[in-house]
Design a protein around this ligand. Structure first.
Ligand code: SF4
Length: 561
Protein backbone atom coordinates (compact mmCIF):
# COMPACT_ATOMS: atom_id res chain seq x y z
CA UNK A 1 0.00 0.00 0.00
CA UNK A 2 1.38 3.41 -0.87
CA UNK A 3 1.95 5.89 1.94
CA UNK A 4 1.60 9.69 1.74
CA UNK A 5 5.40 9.88 1.72
CA UNK A 6 5.71 7.58 -1.28
CA UNK A 7 3.28 9.60 -3.40
CA UNK A 8 4.48 12.44 -5.56
CA UNK A 9 2.80 15.80 -5.13
CA UNK A 10 1.18 16.99 -8.33
CA UNK A 11 3.22 19.73 -9.90
CA UNK A 12 1.86 23.05 -10.93
CA UNK A 13 -1.10 22.52 -13.26
CA UNK A 14 -0.92 25.20 -15.95
CA UNK A 15 -3.82 27.30 -17.18
CA UNK A 16 -5.05 25.31 -20.17
CA UNK A 17 -4.62 26.89 -23.58
CA UNK A 18 -7.85 28.05 -25.23
CA UNK A 19 -8.74 25.93 -28.22
CA UNK A 20 -11.81 27.69 -29.49
CA UNK A 21 -12.59 31.20 -30.53
CA UNK A 22 -12.64 33.89 -27.84
CA UNK A 23 -16.32 34.86 -27.45
CA UNK A 24 -15.26 38.37 -26.39
CA UNK A 25 -14.57 40.87 -29.15
CA UNK A 26 -12.06 42.73 -27.01
CA UNK A 27 -10.66 39.64 -25.24
CA UNK A 28 -10.83 41.48 -21.93
CA UNK A 29 -10.32 39.65 -18.66
CA UNK A 30 -8.03 36.78 -17.81
CA UNK A 31 -9.91 33.67 -18.93
CA UNK A 32 -8.12 31.66 -21.62
CA UNK A 33 -11.34 31.70 -23.75
CA UNK A 34 -13.52 28.93 -25.14
CA UNK A 35 -12.56 25.27 -24.68
CA UNK A 36 -14.71 24.28 -27.67
CA UNK A 37 -13.14 23.45 -31.04
CA UNK A 38 -11.93 26.34 -33.23
CA UNK A 39 -14.79 27.32 -35.55
CA UNK A 40 -14.70 25.93 -39.07
CA UNK A 41 -17.52 27.74 -40.87
CA UNK A 42 -18.37 25.89 -44.06
CA UNK A 43 -17.95 22.45 -42.45
CA UNK A 44 -20.00 20.34 -40.00
CA UNK A 45 -17.70 21.77 -37.31
CA UNK A 46 -18.86 25.39 -37.72
CA UNK A 47 -19.07 25.77 -33.92
CA UNK A 48 -18.57 22.47 -32.18
CA UNK A 49 -17.84 20.84 -28.85
CA UNK A 50 -14.93 18.39 -28.84
CA UNK A 51 -16.28 14.87 -29.35
CA UNK A 52 -16.22 12.64 -26.28
CA UNK A 53 -14.99 9.11 -27.08
CA UNK A 54 -17.57 7.00 -28.90
CA UNK A 55 -19.51 9.85 -30.51
CA UNK A 56 -20.75 9.37 -34.10
CA UNK A 57 -18.69 11.27 -36.69
CA UNK A 58 -20.45 13.87 -38.88
CA UNK A 59 -21.99 12.54 -42.08
CA UNK A 60 -19.89 12.67 -45.25
CA UNK A 61 -22.97 13.93 -47.11
CA UNK A 62 -24.63 17.34 -47.32
CA UNK A 63 -27.56 18.78 -49.28
CA UNK A 64 -25.19 19.04 -52.26
CA UNK A 65 -25.39 15.24 -52.54
CA UNK A 66 -29.15 15.40 -52.96
CA UNK A 67 -29.72 17.78 -55.86
CA UNK A 68 -32.89 17.22 -57.92
CA UNK A 69 -32.28 14.56 -60.59
CA UNK A 70 -32.32 17.03 -63.48
CA UNK A 71 -29.81 19.47 -61.92
CA UNK A 72 -26.07 19.47 -62.66
CA UNK A 73 -23.19 20.32 -60.37
CA UNK A 74 -21.36 23.38 -61.76
CA UNK A 75 -18.00 24.98 -60.92
CA UNK A 76 -19.15 27.11 -57.99
CA UNK A 77 -22.88 26.49 -57.93
CA UNK A 78 -25.44 24.08 -59.30
CA UNK A 79 -27.07 24.40 -62.70
CA UNK A 80 -30.85 24.03 -62.95
CA UNK A 81 -32.68 22.97 -66.11
CA UNK A 82 -33.63 25.74 -68.55
CA UNK A 83 -36.70 27.69 -67.48
CA UNK A 84 -36.41 26.69 -63.82
CA UNK A 85 -37.48 29.40 -61.36
CA UNK A 86 -36.06 29.15 -57.86
CA UNK A 87 -38.67 29.27 -55.11
CA UNK A 88 -36.92 28.29 -51.87
CA UNK A 89 -33.91 29.74 -50.11
CA UNK A 90 -32.19 26.38 -50.69
CA UNK A 91 -32.74 26.60 -54.44
CA UNK A 92 -31.45 30.17 -54.58
CA UNK A 93 -28.40 29.18 -52.54
CA UNK A 94 -27.69 26.19 -54.77
CA UNK A 95 -27.73 28.56 -57.76
CA UNK A 96 -25.17 30.76 -55.97
CA UNK A 97 -27.58 33.63 -55.31
CA UNK A 98 -27.67 35.75 -52.18
CA UNK A 99 -31.27 36.69 -51.41
CA UNK A 100 -32.43 39.73 -49.39
CA UNK A 101 -33.34 37.28 -46.62
CA UNK A 102 -29.78 35.93 -46.55
CA UNK A 103 -28.45 39.49 -46.33
CA UNK A 104 -30.78 40.24 -43.43
CA UNK A 105 -29.65 37.09 -41.60
CA UNK A 106 -26.01 38.13 -42.11
CA UNK A 107 -26.83 41.54 -40.60
CA UNK A 108 -28.28 39.84 -37.55
CA UNK A 109 -25.42 37.35 -37.23
CA UNK A 110 -22.55 39.82 -37.10
CA UNK A 111 -19.93 37.06 -37.36
CA UNK A 112 -21.21 35.63 -40.67
CA UNK A 113 -21.07 37.15 -44.16
CA UNK A 114 -23.97 36.88 -46.65
CA UNK A 115 -21.83 34.45 -48.66
CA UNK A 116 -21.31 32.22 -45.64
CA UNK A 117 -25.05 32.24 -44.95
CA UNK A 118 -25.70 31.18 -48.55
CA UNK A 119 -23.10 28.42 -48.35
CA UNK A 120 -24.47 27.04 -45.10
CA UNK A 121 -27.99 27.00 -46.61
CA UNK A 122 -26.79 25.28 -49.78
CA UNK A 123 -25.11 22.59 -47.64
CA UNK A 124 -28.40 22.09 -45.74
CA UNK A 125 -26.83 23.12 -42.41
CA UNK A 126 -28.88 26.31 -42.11
CA UNK A 127 -32.45 27.27 -42.94
CA UNK A 128 -34.28 30.58 -43.23
CA UNK A 129 -37.90 29.72 -42.44
CA UNK A 130 -39.65 32.45 -44.42
CA UNK A 131 -42.90 31.69 -46.20
CA UNK A 132 -43.30 34.11 -49.10
CA UNK A 133 -46.79 35.04 -47.85
CA UNK A 134 -45.50 35.85 -44.36
CA UNK A 135 -42.63 37.87 -45.87
CA UNK A 136 -45.24 40.05 -47.54
CA UNK A 137 -46.74 40.77 -44.07
CA UNK A 138 -43.43 41.94 -42.59
CA UNK A 139 -41.63 38.82 -41.36
CA UNK A 140 -38.08 39.66 -40.25
CA UNK A 141 -36.07 36.60 -41.34
CA UNK A 142 -33.76 34.62 -39.09
CA UNK A 143 -31.26 31.86 -39.76
CA UNK A 144 -31.34 28.55 -37.87
CA UNK A 145 -28.13 26.53 -38.00
CA UNK A 146 -25.11 25.78 -35.79
CA UNK A 147 -23.00 28.42 -37.56
CA UNK A 148 -25.46 31.04 -36.26
CA UNK A 149 -26.28 32.03 -32.70
CA UNK A 150 -28.62 29.60 -30.91
CA UNK A 151 -32.30 30.39 -31.39
CA UNK A 152 -35.24 29.74 -29.08
CA UNK A 153 -38.85 28.88 -29.87
CA UNK A 154 -41.93 29.62 -27.75
CA UNK A 155 -44.99 27.38 -28.03
CA UNK A 156 -48.37 29.11 -28.03
CA UNK A 157 -51.89 28.05 -28.82
CA UNK A 158 -55.32 27.69 -27.32
CA UNK A 159 -56.53 24.33 -26.01
CA UNK A 160 -60.16 23.17 -26.13
CA UNK A 161 -60.39 24.18 -22.45
CA UNK A 162 -58.50 27.45 -22.27
CA UNK A 163 -57.58 30.74 -24.00
CA UNK A 164 -58.69 32.62 -27.13
CA UNK A 165 -57.24 34.12 -30.31
CA UNK A 166 -56.75 37.50 -28.63
CA UNK A 167 -54.96 35.93 -25.68
CA UNK A 168 -52.70 33.92 -27.97
CA UNK A 169 -51.76 36.98 -30.06
CA UNK A 170 -50.95 38.81 -26.81
CA UNK A 171 -48.85 35.83 -25.70
CA UNK A 172 -46.97 35.90 -29.02
CA UNK A 173 -46.08 39.57 -28.53
CA UNK A 174 -45.05 38.85 -24.95
CA UNK A 175 -42.87 35.90 -26.04
CA UNK A 176 -41.12 38.07 -28.63
CA UNK A 177 -40.57 40.74 -25.98
CA UNK A 178 -38.75 38.12 -23.93
CA UNK A 179 -36.56 36.96 -26.77
CA UNK A 180 -38.45 34.25 -28.69
CA UNK A 181 -36.90 33.90 -32.16
CA UNK A 182 -39.77 31.80 -33.48
CA UNK A 183 -43.19 30.75 -32.18
CA UNK A 184 -45.33 27.71 -32.79
CA UNK A 185 -49.11 27.92 -32.83
CA UNK A 186 -50.11 24.57 -31.34
CA UNK A 187 -53.80 25.41 -30.97
CA UNK A 188 -56.15 22.48 -30.59
CA UNK A 189 -59.22 24.46 -29.52
CA UNK A 190 -61.25 27.49 -30.58
CA UNK A 191 -61.25 28.76 -34.18
CA UNK A 192 -57.91 27.36 -35.34
CA UNK A 193 -57.89 29.02 -38.77
CA UNK A 194 -58.69 32.47 -37.35
CA UNK A 195 -56.14 32.13 -34.54
CA UNK A 196 -53.38 31.01 -36.97
CA UNK A 197 -54.15 33.83 -39.39
CA UNK A 198 -54.12 36.42 -36.59
CA UNK A 199 -50.83 35.13 -35.19
CA UNK A 200 -49.09 35.12 -38.59
CA UNK A 201 -50.25 38.64 -39.45
CA UNK A 202 -49.18 39.95 -36.04
CA UNK A 203 -45.80 38.24 -36.05
CA UNK A 204 -42.40 39.49 -37.19
CA UNK A 205 -40.87 36.14 -36.17
CA UNK A 206 -41.32 32.87 -38.09
CA UNK A 207 -44.41 30.88 -37.14
CA UNK A 208 -44.59 27.09 -37.07
CA UNK A 209 -47.56 24.74 -36.80
CA UNK A 210 -48.31 21.03 -36.56
CA UNK A 211 -50.89 20.68 -39.35
CA UNK A 212 -52.22 17.30 -38.19
CA UNK A 213 -53.88 19.05 -35.23
CA UNK A 214 -56.24 20.91 -37.58
CA UNK A 215 -56.74 17.84 -39.75
CA UNK A 216 -58.64 16.03 -37.03
CA UNK A 217 -60.91 18.88 -35.93
CA UNK A 218 -64.43 17.57 -36.56
CA UNK A 219 -63.29 14.08 -37.55
CA UNK A 220 -61.53 11.18 -35.89
CA UNK A 221 -57.98 10.43 -36.96
CA UNK A 222 -59.00 7.08 -38.42
CA UNK A 223 -61.09 8.94 -41.04
CA UNK A 224 -58.14 11.01 -42.24
CA UNK A 225 -57.44 10.59 -45.98
CA UNK A 226 -54.40 11.47 -48.08
CA UNK A 227 -56.43 14.29 -49.66
CA UNK A 228 -57.36 15.71 -46.23
CA UNK A 229 -53.66 15.87 -45.36
CA UNK A 230 -52.65 17.67 -48.54
CA UNK A 231 -55.60 20.10 -48.42
CA UNK A 232 -54.81 21.21 -44.86
CA UNK A 233 -51.12 21.62 -45.64
CA UNK A 234 -51.93 23.67 -48.74
CA UNK A 235 -54.31 25.88 -46.74
CA UNK A 236 -51.83 26.59 -43.97
CA UNK A 237 -48.99 27.18 -46.43
CA UNK A 238 -51.23 29.72 -48.18
CA UNK A 239 -51.86 31.45 -44.84
CA UNK A 240 -48.13 32.05 -44.45
CA UNK A 241 -46.91 29.42 -41.94
CA UNK A 242 -43.11 29.37 -42.06
CA UNK A 243 -42.39 25.84 -40.83
CA UNK A 244 -44.45 22.68 -40.41
CA UNK A 245 -43.87 19.84 -38.00
CA UNK A 246 -44.50 16.78 -40.12
CA UNK A 247 -44.39 13.44 -38.29
CA UNK A 248 -43.54 11.37 -41.34
CA UNK A 249 -40.73 9.48 -39.60
CA UNK A 250 -42.93 7.31 -37.36
CA UNK A 251 -43.18 4.10 -39.36
CA UNK A 252 -45.35 1.04 -38.85
CA UNK A 253 -42.23 -1.08 -38.30
CA UNK A 254 -41.14 1.20 -35.41
CA UNK A 255 -44.27 0.62 -33.34
CA UNK A 256 -43.26 -2.74 -31.77
CA UNK A 257 -40.28 -0.94 -30.18
CA UNK A 258 -42.57 1.10 -27.95
CA UNK A 259 -44.27 -1.84 -26.24
CA UNK A 260 -41.79 -2.03 -23.36
CA UNK A 261 -41.53 1.71 -22.78
CA UNK A 262 -42.79 3.08 -19.51
CA UNK A 263 -44.73 5.89 -21.20
CA UNK A 264 -45.19 4.82 -24.82
CA UNK A 265 -45.67 7.65 -27.35
CA UNK A 266 -45.86 11.17 -25.91
CA UNK A 267 -46.02 13.16 -29.14
CA UNK A 268 -49.59 14.12 -30.02
CA UNK A 269 -48.82 13.79 -33.75
CA UNK A 270 -46.93 10.54 -33.25
CA UNK A 271 -49.71 8.93 -31.22
CA UNK A 272 -52.44 10.00 -33.68
CA UNK A 273 -50.54 8.62 -36.66
CA UNK A 274 -49.74 5.38 -34.81
CA UNK A 275 -53.47 4.94 -34.22
CA UNK A 276 -54.16 5.56 -37.92
CA UNK A 277 -51.54 2.97 -38.95
CA UNK A 278 -52.87 0.34 -36.56
CA UNK A 279 -56.50 0.94 -37.60
CA UNK A 280 -55.76 0.75 -41.32
CA UNK A 281 -52.83 -1.68 -41.12
CA UNK A 282 -50.99 0.67 -43.48
CA UNK A 283 -47.84 2.80 -43.51
CA UNK A 284 -47.82 6.33 -42.03
CA UNK A 285 -49.89 8.43 -44.46
CA UNK A 286 -47.49 11.41 -44.03
CA UNK A 287 -44.68 9.14 -45.22
CA UNK A 288 -46.75 7.91 -48.15
CA UNK A 289 -47.60 11.41 -49.46
CA UNK A 290 -44.28 12.98 -48.42
CA UNK A 291 -43.24 13.94 -51.96
CA UNK A 292 -46.59 15.70 -52.52
CA UNK A 293 -46.13 17.55 -49.23
CA UNK A 294 -42.66 18.62 -50.43
CA UNK A 295 -44.14 20.09 -53.60
CA UNK A 296 -46.58 22.26 -51.65
CA UNK A 297 -43.92 23.36 -49.19
CA UNK A 298 -41.41 24.29 -51.89
CA UNK A 299 -44.03 26.40 -53.70
CA UNK A 300 -44.43 28.68 -50.64
CA UNK A 301 -40.97 27.98 -49.18
CA UNK A 302 -42.31 26.47 -45.98
CA UNK A 303 -39.48 24.71 -44.12
CA UNK A 304 -39.79 21.20 -42.77
CA UNK A 305 -39.44 20.59 -39.08
CA UNK A 306 -39.35 16.81 -39.29
CA UNK A 307 -41.20 15.71 -36.16
CA UNK A 308 -39.95 13.33 -33.49
CA UNK A 309 -43.14 11.35 -33.00
CA UNK A 310 -41.33 8.68 -30.98
CA UNK A 311 -39.35 10.97 -28.71
CA UNK A 312 -38.92 9.62 -25.18
CA UNK A 313 -41.40 10.90 -22.61
CA UNK A 314 -39.30 9.89 -19.62
CA UNK A 315 -35.68 9.18 -18.78
CA UNK A 316 -36.57 5.48 -18.77
CA UNK A 317 -37.24 5.51 -22.53
CA UNK A 318 -34.37 7.71 -23.75
CA UNK A 319 -32.03 6.79 -26.63
CA UNK A 320 -33.95 3.57 -27.32
CA UNK A 321 -34.56 1.67 -30.55
CA UNK A 322 -37.82 3.46 -31.29
CA UNK A 323 -36.23 6.87 -31.01
CA UNK A 324 -33.05 6.10 -32.98
CA UNK A 325 -34.82 4.20 -35.77
CA UNK A 326 -37.14 7.18 -36.23
CA UNK A 327 -34.17 9.56 -36.47
CA UNK A 328 -32.73 7.30 -39.20
CA UNK A 329 -35.99 7.67 -41.11
CA UNK A 330 -35.83 11.44 -40.59
CA UNK A 331 -32.42 11.29 -42.31
CA UNK A 332 -33.98 9.51 -45.29
CA UNK A 333 -36.80 12.10 -45.39
CA UNK A 334 -34.22 14.91 -45.24
CA UNK A 335 -32.62 13.53 -48.38
CA UNK A 336 -36.02 13.34 -50.12
CA UNK A 337 -36.95 16.89 -49.10
CA UNK A 338 -33.55 18.29 -50.19
CA UNK A 339 -33.90 16.58 -53.56
CA UNK A 340 -37.17 18.49 -54.02
CA UNK A 341 -35.63 21.83 -53.02
CA UNK A 342 -37.11 22.07 -49.51
CA UNK A 343 -35.40 23.44 -46.43
CA UNK A 344 -35.23 21.03 -43.50
CA UNK A 345 -34.63 21.02 -39.78
CA UNK A 346 -35.02 18.01 -37.49
CA UNK A 347 -36.91 17.86 -34.20
CA UNK A 348 -35.36 16.17 -31.20
CA UNK A 349 -36.22 14.88 -27.75
CA UNK A 350 -37.66 15.20 -25.08
CA UNK A 351 -36.51 13.58 -21.80
CA UNK A 352 -32.82 12.54 -21.88
CA UNK A 353 -30.42 11.85 -18.99
CA UNK A 354 -27.65 14.44 -18.98
CA UNK A 355 -24.94 11.91 -19.90
CA UNK A 356 -26.78 10.92 -23.12
CA UNK A 357 -27.33 14.39 -24.55
CA UNK A 358 -24.09 14.68 -26.50
CA UNK A 359 -24.65 11.28 -28.11
CA UNK A 360 -28.17 12.27 -29.15
CA UNK A 361 -26.99 15.50 -30.75
CA UNK A 362 -24.14 13.85 -32.62
CA UNK A 363 -26.25 10.89 -33.68
CA UNK A 364 -28.71 13.31 -35.31
CA UNK A 365 -25.83 15.26 -36.90
CA UNK A 366 -24.71 12.05 -38.61
CA UNK A 367 -28.09 10.49 -39.46
CA UNK A 368 -29.52 13.74 -40.88
CA UNK A 369 -26.36 15.01 -42.61
CA UNK A 370 -25.97 18.14 -40.50
CA UNK A 371 -29.50 19.53 -40.99
CA UNK A 372 -30.23 21.98 -38.12
CA UNK A 373 -31.40 20.19 -34.99
CA UNK A 374 -34.33 21.72 -33.09
CA UNK A 375 -34.79 20.20 -29.64
CA UNK A 376 -37.42 20.37 -26.94
CA UNK A 377 -35.43 20.71 -23.71
CA UNK A 378 -34.41 17.95 -23.11
CA UNK A 379 -35.53 17.49 -19.51
CA UNK A 380 -32.74 15.84 -17.52
CA UNK A 381 -34.95 14.59 -14.67
CA UNK A 382 -38.64 13.75 -14.34
CA UNK A 383 -39.38 14.52 -10.69
CA UNK A 384 -39.74 18.30 -10.72
CA UNK A 385 -43.16 19.11 -12.26
CA UNK A 386 -43.67 22.83 -11.77
CA UNK A 387 -39.96 23.46 -12.40
CA UNK A 388 -39.53 21.85 -15.81
CA UNK A 389 -38.34 25.13 -17.32
CA UNK A 390 -35.29 24.54 -15.09
CA UNK A 391 -34.89 20.75 -15.59
CA UNK A 392 -35.11 21.28 -19.33
CA UNK A 393 -32.96 24.37 -19.67
CA UNK A 394 -30.10 22.43 -18.08
CA UNK A 395 -30.49 19.85 -20.86
CA UNK A 396 -31.00 22.55 -23.48
CA UNK A 397 -27.68 24.19 -22.61
CA UNK A 398 -25.87 20.89 -23.15
CA UNK A 399 -27.87 20.22 -26.31
CA UNK A 400 -26.92 23.55 -27.86
CA UNK A 401 -23.28 23.15 -26.86
CA UNK A 402 -23.20 19.72 -28.50
CA UNK A 403 -24.93 20.75 -31.72
CA UNK A 404 -28.58 21.80 -31.45
CA UNK A 405 -29.32 24.99 -33.40
CA UNK A 406 -32.69 25.88 -31.90
CA UNK A 407 -34.21 25.18 -28.47
CA UNK A 408 -37.93 24.84 -27.92
CA UNK A 409 -38.79 26.33 -24.57
CA UNK A 410 -40.51 24.51 -21.75
CA UNK A 411 -42.49 26.53 -19.23
CA UNK A 412 -43.12 25.85 -15.53
CA UNK A 413 -46.58 24.57 -16.58
CA UNK A 414 -45.17 21.72 -18.72
CA UNK A 415 -47.10 18.48 -18.11
CA UNK A 416 -49.54 20.38 -15.87
CA UNK A 417 -51.65 23.01 -17.70
CA UNK A 418 -51.75 25.58 -20.51
CA UNK A 419 -49.02 28.23 -20.01
CA UNK A 420 -50.18 31.75 -19.17
CA UNK A 421 -48.42 35.07 -19.68
CA UNK A 422 -45.99 34.78 -16.74
CA UNK A 423 -45.16 31.18 -17.69
CA UNK A 424 -44.27 32.33 -21.20
CA UNK A 425 -41.85 34.87 -19.74
CA UNK A 426 -40.27 32.31 -17.40
CA UNK A 427 -39.90 29.80 -20.24
CA UNK A 428 -38.34 32.37 -22.58
CA UNK A 429 -35.87 33.57 -19.97
CA UNK A 430 -34.81 30.03 -19.02
CA UNK A 431 -34.14 29.31 -22.69
CA UNK A 432 -32.36 32.59 -23.39
CA UNK A 433 -30.04 31.59 -20.56
CA UNK A 434 -29.46 28.16 -22.15
CA UNK A 435 -28.90 29.57 -25.63
CA UNK A 436 -26.60 32.33 -24.45
CA UNK A 437 -24.54 30.05 -22.20
CA UNK A 438 -24.02 27.65 -25.12
CA UNK A 439 -23.04 30.46 -27.51
CA UNK A 440 -20.40 31.72 -25.08
CA UNK A 441 -19.10 28.18 -24.53
CA UNK A 442 -18.89 27.55 -28.27
CA UNK A 443 -16.93 30.76 -28.78
CA UNK A 444 -19.43 32.53 -31.04
CA UNK A 445 -17.77 35.90 -31.69
CA UNK A 446 -19.05 38.75 -29.57
CA UNK A 447 -21.39 36.54 -27.57
CA UNK A 448 -19.63 37.43 -24.28
CA UNK A 449 -19.40 41.18 -24.86
CA UNK A 450 -22.48 42.07 -22.84
CA UNK A 451 -21.38 39.77 -20.01
CA UNK A 452 -18.09 41.65 -19.87
CA UNK A 453 -19.82 45.04 -19.82
CA UNK A 454 -22.06 43.87 -16.99
CA UNK A 455 -19.04 42.51 -15.10
CA UNK A 456 -17.40 45.93 -15.39
CA UNK A 457 -20.53 47.68 -14.13
CA UNK A 458 -20.73 45.18 -11.26
CA UNK A 459 -17.07 45.74 -10.38
CA UNK A 460 -17.65 49.50 -10.39
CA UNK A 461 -20.74 49.02 -8.17
CA UNK A 462 -22.59 50.99 -10.82
CA UNK A 463 -26.07 49.73 -10.10
CA UNK A 464 -27.90 51.61 -12.84
CA UNK A 465 -25.58 50.25 -15.51
CA UNK A 466 -25.79 46.83 -13.88
CA UNK A 467 -29.58 46.88 -14.21
CA UNK A 468 -29.58 48.29 -17.73
CA UNK A 469 -27.29 45.55 -19.01
CA UNK A 470 -29.38 42.83 -17.38
CA UNK A 471 -31.66 40.74 -19.60
CA UNK A 472 -34.55 41.59 -17.24
CA UNK A 473 -33.69 45.02 -15.78
CA UNK A 474 -37.00 45.44 -13.97
CA UNK A 475 -36.59 42.27 -11.94
CA UNK A 476 -32.92 42.99 -11.15
CA UNK A 477 -33.77 46.54 -10.04
CA UNK A 478 -36.76 45.44 -7.98
CA UNK A 479 -34.75 42.79 -6.14
CA UNK A 480 -31.96 45.23 -5.36
CA UNK A 481 -34.26 48.03 -4.29
CA UNK A 482 -36.10 45.81 -1.80
CA UNK A 483 -33.34 46.77 0.66
CA UNK A 484 -31.29 49.65 -0.76
CA UNK A 485 -31.14 52.72 -2.95
CA UNK A 486 -29.14 52.43 -6.15
CA UNK A 487 -26.41 54.81 -4.97
CA UNK A 488 -24.87 52.59 -2.26
CA UNK A 489 -21.48 50.99 -2.86
CA UNK A 490 -22.62 47.58 -1.60
CA UNK A 491 -25.90 45.66 -1.40
CA UNK A 492 -27.80 43.88 1.33
CA UNK A 493 -26.45 40.47 0.42
CA UNK A 494 -23.19 41.04 2.34
CA UNK A 495 -23.53 44.57 3.73
CA UNK A 496 -21.00 47.38 3.74
CA UNK A 497 -18.17 45.81 5.75
CA UNK A 498 -18.35 42.46 3.99
CA UNK A 499 -18.78 43.71 0.44
CA UNK A 500 -15.98 41.94 -1.43
CA UNK A 501 -16.42 44.08 -4.51
CA UNK A 502 -16.08 47.30 -2.52
CA UNK A 503 -13.05 45.93 -0.67
CA UNK A 504 -11.57 44.75 -3.95
CA UNK A 505 -11.93 48.27 -5.34
CA UNK A 506 -10.11 49.63 -2.31
CA UNK A 507 -7.32 47.06 -2.79
CA UNK A 508 -7.07 48.02 -6.41
CA UNK A 509 -6.82 51.71 -5.47
CA UNK A 510 -4.16 51.02 -2.85
CA UNK A 511 -2.29 48.71 -5.22
CA UNK A 512 -2.30 51.26 -8.00
CA UNK A 513 -1.10 54.04 -5.73
CA UNK A 514 -4.20 56.07 -6.56
CA UNK A 515 -5.42 55.66 -3.02
CA UNK A 516 -2.98 57.83 -1.11
CA UNK A 517 -5.44 60.66 -0.83
CA UNK A 518 -8.12 58.23 0.12
CA UNK A 519 -5.90 56.56 2.75
CA UNK A 520 -5.03 59.94 4.29
CA UNK A 521 -8.67 60.90 4.35
CA UNK A 522 -9.65 57.55 5.88
CA UNK A 523 -7.05 57.91 8.66
CA UNK A 524 -8.13 61.51 9.32
CA UNK A 525 -11.79 60.43 9.44
CA UNK A 526 -11.06 57.58 11.82
CA UNK A 527 -9.19 59.87 14.16
CA UNK A 528 -11.95 62.48 14.03
CA UNK A 529 -14.76 60.00 14.66
CA UNK A 530 -12.93 57.93 17.27
CA UNK A 531 -13.99 54.53 18.58
CA UNK A 532 -16.51 53.72 21.28
CA UNK A 533 -15.95 51.33 24.17
CA UNK A 534 -16.98 48.36 22.06
CA UNK A 535 -14.10 49.14 19.69
CA UNK A 536 -16.40 50.19 16.86
CA UNK A 537 -16.71 53.74 15.56
CA UNK A 538 -20.15 55.43 15.92
CA UNK A 539 -20.40 55.35 12.12
CA UNK A 540 -19.86 51.58 11.98
CA UNK A 541 -22.51 49.87 9.83
CA UNK A 542 -23.57 47.77 12.82
CA UNK A 543 -24.83 50.99 14.39
CA UNK A 544 -26.08 53.24 11.61
CA UNK A 545 -27.05 52.96 7.99
CA UNK A 546 -24.77 54.33 5.29
CA UNK A 547 -26.46 57.73 5.14
CA UNK A 548 -26.13 58.09 8.91
CA UNK A 549 -22.48 57.01 8.72
CA UNK A 550 -21.74 59.64 6.12
CA UNK A 551 -23.43 62.37 8.18
CA UNK A 552 -21.46 61.43 11.31
CA UNK A 553 -18.18 61.36 9.42
CA UNK A 554 -18.74 64.72 7.74
CA UNK A 555 -19.82 66.39 10.97
CA UNK A 556 -16.83 65.09 12.96
CA UNK A 557 -14.38 65.90 10.19
CA UNK A 558 -15.62 69.48 9.94
CA UNK A 559 -15.37 69.88 13.74
CA UNK A 560 -11.83 68.53 13.86
CA UNK A 561 -10.68 70.84 11.08
S1 SF4 B 1 -22.49 43.39 -0.88
FE1 SF4 B 1 -21.86 41.35 -1.59
S2 SF4 B 1 -23.34 40.80 -3.22
FE2 SF4 B 1 -23.56 43.01 -2.83
S3 SF4 B 1 -22.22 43.97 -4.32
FE3 SF4 B 1 -20.96 43.71 -2.49
S4 SF4 B 1 -19.98 41.70 -2.76
FE4 SF4 B 1 -21.64 41.81 -4.26
Amino acid sequence: MSTPESKERTGRIPVPPARGNNPSTTEQGTTPGSFALPPQIGTPYSFSSPDSPGMPEPSDWTAWDFLPGDWQTGEESAVAPDGFEASTQLEHARLGRITPEMRRVAEREGHLSPGQIRDEISAGRMIIPANKVHLSYGLDPIGIGRAAATKINANLGASPLSSSTEEEVAKLEWAVTWGADTAMDLSTGGDLDRCREAIIRASTVPIGTVPIYSMIIGRSVEDLTYDDILEEIEKQAGQGVDFFTIHAGVLREHLPYISDRLIGIVSRGGSLLAKWMITHDKQNPMYEVFDDICDIMSEYDVSFSLGDGLRPGGLSDATDEAQLREVETLGELTERAWSRGCQVMIEGPGHIPFDQIEYNMKYARRACHGAPFYVLGPLVTDIFPGYDHITSCIGATAAAYHGAAMLCYVTPKEHLSLPKREDVKQGCIAYKIAAHAADVALGIPGSRDRDDELTKARAALNWEEHFNLSFDPETARAYHDEDHDADTDYCSMCGHDWCAVRISREIEMFGSGKAMEYAKLAAETLEAVGTAEDGKAPCHSDKVDDVGARDIQQEQLERSR
